[in-house]
Design a protein around this ligand. Structure first.
Ligand SMILES: *Cc1c(COP(=O)(O)O)cnc(C)c1O
Length: 394
């Protein structure tokens, strides 16, 4: 196998060479602690401030509303736990959806054990939140609405502006997990009334282990890590300077290329979808056709087992996923595919392919050609498929 075709960019991305290059001096020469007083180290404070501004600009926020964290999971945990605690006197009810990432869902379960009540909204068959159900779920004691910007498995993009308006009208805080959407879709926290937003470096060709939480000025939220005065005393610990520089560089690059890059991705995405639908029978595209991340393709293939599909693709040098990376390894079908109403046996035969900035049409041709043969082979071994074909022929 000489070439690796990487179609798992929703799980993580390659750190761009310019990003690595920007980071390197902060391991070697500029290693000073930004909290130290001497100039050599204190210069790193300005470097961090500059990155905050670059990132703030990307979402219409101020630099001092950006708080660096260790990634998307930490940002999600912080937003939910610390808001819950800070707003306890108002109420203990939280609204989220059934299709969130586990960083949200498992945090909600944790809060439920501590006396909070959580409403998990259903989504429609395309994986989009229903606004009337959101309105109906709001109670006087609702303190937080957390809805992801775009889904990591099926790519569905939520009506974030409308959700923000509803939250704002009711005086409820609004958090969004934008880990997949950030730098794929233009985001404006003011137009969408977003109070808190989570994002992560390694999903946008930046380094792993760095992310941020945007917290709107004036939002009541507890500190997440107690200790030093870093991150305006809200998240203590010596700053991950190389990581922060890498994140800033990754955002700068992703913002400047956004239109061109996602335009190209969208074209390739639709090409891949078209070829699969035209050439492989008994398949179903999961997620909304239009309101969809530019790089997401998710299909279910009837009479095929997702894990077998992944193994066979791997043998051809193709990296894909059957759902989210966190659920692979378990036999439960994806909670997202169940939430859009897929029966268990269909949800099991699902394949997610997420394109990246380096994906080419030739890659996708190779993938579809391989996939056709693999699906045919696997179906050939399926007694269910044999029965199905027999019935079709009768
Ligand atoms: C990847 C991902 C996360 C977790 O981010 P990490 O930086 O890996 O902790 C959270 N939410 C969504 C939607 C994701 O895709």
């Amino acid at each position: 196998m000489d070439k690796l075709i990487y179609l798992d960019n929703a799980a993580t991305t390659r750190t761009a060479p310019e990003v690595v290059e920007a980071m390197l001096p902060y391991f070697t020469e500029n290693y000073g602690n930004p909290s130290s007083v001497y100039g050599f180290a204190a210069a790193n404070k300005d470097v961090i401030t500059r990155q905050r501004e670059i990132i703030g600009d990307a979402i219409g926020a101020k630099g001092n509303e950006i708080y660096f964290t260790a990634g998307g999971s930490e940002s999600d945990n912080w937003a939910l736990k610390a808001t819950a605690e800070a707003c306890e006197s108002k109420g203990k009810h939280i609204i989220t959806t059934k299709i969130e990432h586990h960083a949200i869902l498992h945090t909600c379960e944790y809060l439920e054990k501590r006396g909070y009540e959580v409403t998990y909204l259903d989504v429609d068959e395309n994986g989009i939140v229903k606004l009337d159900e959101l309105k109906k779920a709001i109670r006087p004691d609702t303190i937080l609405i957390s809805v992801m910007y775009a889904n990591n498995e099926i790519g569905s993009i939520q009506p974030i502006r409308e959700i923000g308006e509803i939250a704002h009208e009711h005086g409820i805080l609004f958090h969004t997990d934008a880990v997949q959407a950030f730098c794929q879709i233009p985001i404006d926290v003011n137009a969408c009334h977003i109070d808190m937003l989570s994002a992560s470096g390694h999903k946008l060709n930046g380094p792993k282990g760095i992310g941020f939480l945007y917290i709107r000025t004036g939002v009541k939220i507890r500190s997440f890590v107690h200790g030093g005065a870093q991150e305006r005393k809200r998240r203590a610990g010596t700053e991950n300077v190389p990581g922060i520089v890498g994140l800033g560089k990754a955002v700068e690059r992703a913002v400047s290329s956004l239109e061109e890059r996602t335009g190209k991705e969208r074209e390739l995405r639709d090409y891949l979808i078209r070829r699969i639908e035209n050439e492989i029978p008994y398949c179903r595209l999961n997620g909304d056709r239009e309101k969809r991340l530019p790089n997401n393709v998710n299909f279910s293939f009837q009479f095929v087992e997702g894990e077998s599909l992944l193994i066979m693709l791997d043998m051809k040098g193709i990296c894909a996923s059957s759902g989210s990376a966190c659920t692979s390894g378990s036999l439960d079908p994806s909670h997202v595919l169940l939430a859009i109403g897929l029966p268990h046996e269909i949800a099991h035969g699902s394949l997610r392919m997420t394109l990246g900035e380096e994906t080419t049409k030739e890659d996708l041709d190779y993938v579809v050609d391989s996939l056709k043969g693999i699906v045919e082979n696997l179906r050939g071994m399926s007694p269910l498929y044999e029965d199905f074909i027999k019935k079709q022929n009768n």
